[in-house]
Write a protein that binds this ligand. Structure first.
Ligand SMILES: *[C@@H]1O[C@H](CO)[C@@H](O)[C@H](O)[C@H]1NC(C)=O
Ligand SMILES: *[C@@H]1O[C@H](CO)[C@@H](O)[C@H](O)[C@H]1NC(C)=O
Ligand SMILES: *[C@@H]1O[C@H](CO)[C@@H](O)[C@H](O)[C@H]1NC(C)=O
Length: 438
C-alpha cells in the first residue's frame, strides 16, 4: 500500500487554481481457508488443519495484503489469527454451527460493519444450512475521505436445482443490498461465489447488470468476454486463464476512481513447506490503483453506525456548476435534519421533520467551506447533536446542541461543500460532506 499527494496545477482560465489530487494503490485477497472441522470435511488438503491454519496466518503476515476476505474460517480461526499480524481484523462469529466463516483482515480501519445471513439455503447437495452462511459489509477507509464498500460472501454450494435456486437468491440478496447501502460509493465484492459463468441459473452477471460492477478476472484475463465453456483450475494453478468460483467484482464512484491492474491465483504463494496445498481453493489476488475524484470528493464520517444510508453523490454527479445557494438545518436537543438548495434550485434534505429550522442564503460568490459537527449518545447510540457551517465570507449557521465531542471538516483549498452522505432516521445518525471545486 502506498499513498501519494500530487499537486496538479491547472493553468486553464476556467479553473485557475491548484487542485490537490490524491492517489495510491492497494491489493485484495480472497481465500477460502477450508476451516470446517476435519471430521466434517477434510477438503482433500493434506496435513493437520490447525497446523495448516497457522501457516496460512503466517503467510498473511508475510505478504501483508491490504484487504483479506476469508471464507470457511470456522474452527481453526484462532490458529490463523495466532500467526497473522494485520492491524484490523473482525472478531469471529464462531465455529460450526454458530458462525458464518466470514472474516476480514486489513491494513485499513472501517466503519459500519454488518453481518447478514442468507434468506435462502439448500441442503440439496451439501450441508449449506448447517451454518448461518451469508455476507458481510464494511465501509473501508483507504485514506482520509477515501472509502470503499467491501462485501465478503460465501454462497450456497452444489449444482442440484435447490442449490442453484439458493445461490441465485444469495447473489441477488447482495446485489439488492448494494443498491440500498452503497448508492454513490465505490464497491468491492469478493469471496467464494460458488459460481461459474457456465452455471447460468446462478445469474452471476447480476453484479454487472444490476450494480455496474466489473469482474476483475473477466476484465484482465478474458478481455471482458463471458465464458460459455467451463475451464476448471488445477490447485495450485499455474495459469489465471482457468475459471474458479472465487471472484472479485468492483466499481469506482464519482468520489474515488478504482482500477484493477492485475489478477492472479495466489495459490503458489500459499503452499506447505513440502509443496502441498493449504486449501482446496486457489486464493485470488487483485491489485488496484485509486485516485480521488476530480469533480467530487468527501470528508470523513462522524457519528454512529445507525439509521439508513443516504448519499447526494449520484444527484451531484449528474450536474456541473454545483454550488450551495441556501443552507437549511433543523435541530433542538440534537440535529434533526440537514439540507441545502443548489444554485440550480435542486433541494437536498436528510433526516426527520422535527426541530427548529434555521436557514442561511449565500451570496453569488460565497461558498460553504467548513462545518463543525458534535456527536453524543441517545438511547445508547451515537448520533449527530450539532452542526455549525462557516462560509467563505465568514458567515455561520448552527443547529442542535453542542457537545464535548466535536470535529471540524474543511473543504480542500479551492473546493466547497455541496452535499451530504451518511445515515439517517428521525434524526441524523452519521454524516460526511461532499466537496466540489468552487
Ligand atoms: C506434506 O506434509 C503433509 C503433512 O503436513 C503430508 O500429509 C503430505 O503428504 C506432504 N506432502 C508431500 C507432497 O510430501
Ligand atoms: C439476473 O439479474 C438481473 C438483474 O437484477 C435480472 O433482471 C434477471 O431477471 C436475473 N435473471 C435470473 C435468471 O435470475
Ligand atoms: C501486486 O501487488 C503486490 C504488493 O504490492 C506485489 O508484490 C505484486 O507484484 C503485484 N502483482 C502484480 C502482478 O503486479
Amino acid at each position: 500500500m502506498k499513498s501519494s499527494a500530487v499537486n496538479v496545477v491547472l493553468s486553464t482560465a476556467l479553473v485557475g487554481k491548484s487542485l490537490a489530487a490524491t492517489s495510491g494503490d492497494f491489493n485484495a485477497l480472497a481465500m477460502n481457508v477450508a476451516g470446517l472441522p476435519a471430521i466434517f470435511n477434510g477438503n482433500e488438503v493434506p496435513g493437520d488443519k490447525a497446523t495448516n491454519a497457522r501457516t496460512i496466518g503466517s503467510k498473511f503476515a508475510e505478504y501483508g495484503y491490504d484487504i483479506i476476505h476469508v471464507q470457511e474460517d470456522f474452527n481453526y480461526h484462532a490458529n490463523i489469527y495466532e500467526t497473522d499480524n494485520h492491524k484490523y481484523r473482525t472478531a469471529t462469529s464462531g465455529g460450526v454451527p454458530f458462525g458464518s466463516g466470514l472474516n476480514t483482515l486489513a491494513n485499513f480501519d472501517w466503519i459500519d460493519y454488518t453481518r447478514v445471513k442468507w434468506d435462502t439455503c439448500s441442503d440439496a447437495s451439501s450441508n449449506d444450512c448447517l451454518t448461518p452462511k451469508g455476507f458481510t459489509f464494511m465501509r473501508l477507509k483507504v485514506d482520509d475521505g477515501v472509502y470503499v464498500d467491501c462485501y465478503n460472501l460465501h454462497t450456497d454450494a452444489g449444482t442440484e436445482d435447490g442449490d442453484e435456486t439458493a445461490r441465485n437468491s444469495n447473489l441477488a440478496q447482495v446485489a439488492n443490498y448494494i443498491d440500498i447501502w452503497s448508492t454513490g460509493n465505490a464497491v468491492l465484492v469478493f469471496g467464494d461465489t460458488n459460481s461459474r459463468y457456465t452455471r447460468t441459473a446462478d445469474n452471476i452477471t447480476i453484479y454487472s447488470s444490476q450494480n455496474g460492477l466489473t469482474d476483475a478476472w473477466l476484465q484482465l484475463v478474458r478481455n471482458g468476454v463471458v465464458p460459455t465453456e467451463e475451464t476448471l483450475c488445477d490447485n495450485p494453478s499455474a495459469t489465471s486463464y482457468c475459471e474458479t468460483v472465487d471472484k472479485l467484482f468492483y466499481r469506482g464512484s464519482a468520489l474515488v476512481n478504482l482500477q484493477a491492474t492485475s489478477f492472479e491465483y495466489a495459490s503458489p504463494k500459499f503452499l506447505q513447506s513440502n509443496g502441498s496445498i493449504l486449501s482446496d481453493h486457489n486464493p485470488i489476488l487483485v491489485n488496484f490503483t485509486w485516485s480521488s475524484g476530480s469533480s467530487l470528493r468527501q470528508s470523513n464520517f462522524f457519528g454512529g453506525p445507525h439509521g439508513t444510508w443516504f448519499s447526494d453523490v449520484t444527484t451531484l454527479g449528474a450536474k456541473t456548476g454545483r454550488k450551495a445557494a441556501t443552507l437549511s438545518f433543523s435541530g433542538a436537543n440534537r440535529l434533526d435534519s440537514v439540507g441545502l438548495t443548489l444554485s440550480d434550485g435542486t433541494a437536498l434534505k436528510h433526516g426527520g421533520t422535527g426541530g427548529t429550522a434555521a436557514t442561511l442564503t449565500l451570496g453569488s460568490t460565497e461558498y460553504w467551506t467548513s462545518a463543525q459537527l458534535c456527536q453524543g449518545q441517545k438511547d445508547s447510540q451515537t448520533r449527530i447533536f450539532y452542526i455549525k457551517a462557516t462560509t467563505s465570507a465568514g458567515k455561520t449557521l448552527e443547529s442542535g446542541t453542542s457537545t464535548s465531542d466535536c470535529t471540524t471538516f474543511t473543504a480542500p483549498t479551492g473546493w466547497q461543500i455541496v452535499g451530504y452522505l451518511g445515515q439517517d432516521g428521525d434524526e441524523i445518525d452519521q454524516l460526511a460532506f461532499v466537496y466540489a471545486p468552487q
